[in-house]
Ligand binder design. Sequence first.
Ligand SMILES: NC(=O)c1ccc[n+]([C@@H]2O[C@H](COP(=O)([O-])OP(=O)(O)OC[C@H]3O[C@@H](n4cnc5c(N)ncnc54)[C@H](OP(=O)(O)O)[C@@H]3O)[C@@H](O)[C@H]2O)c1
Length: 265
Amino acid sequence: MACRNLEKAEATAEEIRRQTGVDPNQVMIVQLDTSDLELVRNCSRKIYATESKLDVLINNAGVCIGHVKLSKQDYEYTFAANHLGHFLLTHLLLDLLKKSRLSRIINVSSVFHRYLERTLEFSHRPEQESNMKYPGLVGYGISKLAQILHTNALSKRLDGQGIVANSMHQGCCLSEIWNSKKNEPAIKIKKLFGWIIDYIGRMQKEAAQTLVYMAADPPLETVSGQYFENLEISDRLSSFAKDSELEKKMWDVSMEMCGLTKKVE
Ligand SMILES: NC(=O)c1ccc[n+]([C@@H]2O[C@H](COP(=O)([O-])OP(=O)(O)OC[C@H]3O[C@@H](n4cnc5c(N)ncnc54)[C@H](OP(=O)(O)O)[C@@H]3O)[C@@H](O)[C@H]2O)c1
């Protein structure tokens, strides 16, 4: 488990050890803050130090903040935490993923990518952008779109190398993400529609089912480049998420922002 808050992570790890009865050393924690690319590199180094292969990488960390904030490397924070950190981590861990016979990359995206109304630059630096509309649900949607484009690009570039890449929407559920401080849009939605999300949405355990399925179901080990919802492949993607020009742009911009030059192919 790669987590930001070690105290919370240790409590969860303990719960997993207790419920599954596995050898305690099989549930290990490494610190990761996806918003800081230097810490992502540290995390990758630590994983290489203890692991000889990686079967499944689930890029799940997510925030939705409602104010302009910059990451450690001066990128828009939500984009950095939700997409760039995962982009870099995935890139750095590819050699470890290749050591597994068949491995899987899962990017946890969201249905919110569908609510973007126009194509957007991925390279926005808020301070340079007078009409910056990144924070809140727009910023969140951009980061979630980038995760789908990242998945699509990976699946093409890794074709035939024993690594599959898929993205997913877990279904709406009232998790901590709706409580982010200063996130006016999310808090407003929660106030207005929280009861509906609670009623027709999912419990957190239920929301995890699609992820578990994607990570563990044997027939899915050769399925790549797909988007999943409700335990099945879905075509409910926005036109942006199917745009190969935008996919290339996102790839190039992310490589540059992460300081990467090596090509994955
Ligand atoms: N809830 C929904 O309705 C919904 C719908 C669609 C998609 N999703 C996606 O599902 C994923 C999980 O979200 P959730 O609903 O389970 O919300 P959550 O309970 O708030 O979980 C988000 C997790 O991401 C971690 N995180 C946030 N920023 C991080 C950072 N910079 N570095 C490392 N970890 C970080 C949080 O760590 P801390 O514990 O340290 O805060 C937390 O464990 C997210 O990618 C979200 O976008 C959620």
